[in-house]
Design a binder for this molecule. Structure first.
Ligand code: NDP
Length: 531
């Protein structure tokens, strides 16, 4: 029970924000869900907050036949609505219109050379009108099977204009002719395919022009892990095996497979969540302090940490990895079908929608500290949290209570929803007797920030325009992550290795996953912290 809540006031704000040089976004997959829900709204909010250069423009393409006007109209209502009911209707309509007047569209098939010729001609025209610098950001927001053909065409058509040794790309960011490519997740489906995609990208661009997105890195609380650990002096001395008992990372979704069955049947939850989001959060929580907040210094430390994770061997999978699939159940009072009954899913599918695993990190700081990771669809609630459980006190002066009777301190990073940080401590309950209770000190962003937090994509798109790769995945990071996950994914899929993979558990939709997940921790004398 919480005795009280403490809200922190943000004093002495220190902000660094730079407006990028003029740039244009060329979005492949411009009629799709990601473009509509995330990319265009995020660019619009940057525009509205005056964080975009005046001289930007957006150019979309996809197969759907549309002209510029129809493309703009597909966003108008949503963007206007996003400004809120309280804003002046005429003024907000004008803001949306002036933003959309910078949006253009071409229809075509990504496998057709003509599309790239048309795009090139259009960019020449638009660059003349909007930005003479010719800074082009290509965004791959199509099904992943199209990434390689698009990249090859970008090279062939000269749009990427990046012979690997071109001196032009050594110039400081923002000078004439900067080109970069943003690649949406998933980046490959295993180590081999990720390397293949990477080698095609490297034929047309350099590493510093490639922005591999993991949108979790753009989330406020995830970024805050770095500030929390390295801008405060009180946490780092206890951030190690002497004081921390275990770390738990949970990404629980209420949603099922939705309209993505085709993709999910090929990927499964392990590939979809662990290779990227889960390992990224783990690396930020556990890495050593970088020497500076520079993209490569931060990423050096992340990669070093990932390399220290002890790979799970095939014969250990049964004991250390739990895989499961949702059955039918109830979500928010509504009956929902089992995964195998979802549209587009094979009736005998063995694809996992839930994974829990225990990882260990083989280095001085974390020796012996277990990291428990779990992620799944159709769980009891939407909740992403990183939970740090500290060790019990070494001695109890509150006899007859023993040290293990006193609840340990627990620090939680609330990644989503209700972004914030909380700390559970023991405290005296006011009154004549000596009663102890758990006190939860809570910091919620919503208490100190007016309105909604910026979407992760706003941060990431802005950083890309600024040429800052800190929150993007470097190639070695991507390779180490895939090398940890690929062998497990292969055992899951290979029917001849079913005995190594262990049981595919079925859990009711709306639950916290299979019972086996509890047993994973019980074996170690621990349990999942209730979140
Ligand atoms: P959608 O299926 O909604 O959109 C795909 C887009 O690609 C559409 O614009 C479609 O256009 C276009 N497209 C498909 N095939 C072709 C083709 N042969 N030629 C031309 N255009 C084509 O997918 P999403 O927007 O959901 O996802 C896009 C990418 O982003 C995927 O890689 C996904 O994994 C990733 N992603 C998506 C997230 C999301 O929230 N949606 C979150 C994280 C990652 P048309 O229909 O006009 O042919």
């Amino acid at each position: 029970m919480a005795l009280t809540q403490t809200t922190l006031n943000i004093r002495g704000t220190f902000c660094i924000e730079t407006i990028p040089k003029p740039a244009s976004f060329i979005i492949f997959g411009a009629s799709g869900d990601l473009t509509h829900r995330k990319l265009i709204p995020s660019l619009f909010f940057l525009y509205q907050k005056a964080l975009l250069s005046e001289h930007f423009y957006i150019h979309g393409c996809a197969r759907t036949q549309m002209d510029d006007e129809k493309f703009r109209a597909s966003f108008f209502d949503k963007l206007k609505e996003s400004l809120g009911k309280s804003s002046d209707t005429k003024a907000s309509g004008n803001t949306v219109k002036s933003f959309l007047n910078r949006c253009f569209y071409i229809a075509g098939d990504y496998n057709s050379e003509n599309l790239y010729i048309n795009i090139k001609n259009r960019l020449v025209e638009l660059d003349k009108k909007f930005q003479k610098e010719k800074n082009h950001i290509f965004y791959l927001a199509t099904p992943p099977s199209l990434y390689i053909p698009i990249v090859q065409h970008l090279g062939k058509s000269g749009l990427s204009d990046t012979p690997p040794n071109a001196g032009a790309f050594r110039r400081p960011h923002g000078e004439r002719g900067r080109t970069c490519i943003i690649v949406e997740k998933p980046f490959g489906r295993d180590l081999e395919s990720a390397r293949k995609l990477d080698s095609e990208l490297k034929k047309v661009s350099k590493e510093e022009q490639i922005y591999r997105i993991d949108h979790y890195l753009g989330k406020e609380t995830v970024q805050n892990i770095l500030l929390f650990r390295f801008a405060n002096s009180i946490f780092e001395p206890i951030w190690n095996r002497r004081y921390i008992d275990n770390i738990q990372i949970t990404v629980a979704e209420l949603l099922g497979v939705e309209h993505r069955a085709g993709y999910f049947e090929q990927a499964g939850l392990l590939r979809d969540m662990f290779q990227n989001h889960m390992l990224q959060m783990l690396s930020l929580v556990a890495m050593e302090p970088p020497i500076s907040f520079d993209a490569n210094r931060v990423r050096d430390e992340k990669v070093k940490l990932l390399r220290a994770i002890t790979p799970i061997q095939p014969h250990e999978i049964r004991d250390r990895v739990i895989r499961a699939q949702y059955g039918k159940g109830t979500i928010e009072g509504r009956e929902v079908p089992a995964y195998r009954d979802e549209k587009g899913v094979a009736p005998d599918s063995t694809v996992e929608t839930y994974v829990a695993m225990k990882l260990s990190i083989d280095n001085w700081r974390w020796q012996g500290v277990p990291f428990y990771l779990r992620a799944g669809k159709r769980l009891a609630k939407k909740s992403s949290k990183i939970v740090i459980t500290f060790k019990n006190v070494p001695h109890s002066m509150f006899q007859p209570l023993r040290p293990e009777d006193l609840e340990p301190n627990i620090l939680i990073f609330h990644v989503q929803p209700e972004e914030g940080i909380s700390l559970r401590i023991l405290a005296k309950r006011p009154g004549p007797k000596l009663c102890m209770d758990t006190l939860e000190m809570v910091f919620r962003y919503s208490d100190v920030i007016e309105g909604e937090l910026p979407d992760a994509y706003e941060r990431l798109l802005l950083d890309c325009m600024l040429g800052d790769q800190t929150l993007f995945i470097r190639n070695d990071d991507m390779e180490v992550s895939w090398s940890l996950i690929t062998p497990i994914a292969e055992v899951f899929e290979d029917k001849s290795k079913a005995s190594l993979a262990g049981t595919l558990h079925i859990y009711p939709a709306g639950s916290w996953g299979p019972v086996a997940t509890e047993e994973l921790l019980q074996k170690d004398g621990r349990s999942w912290v209730r979140i």
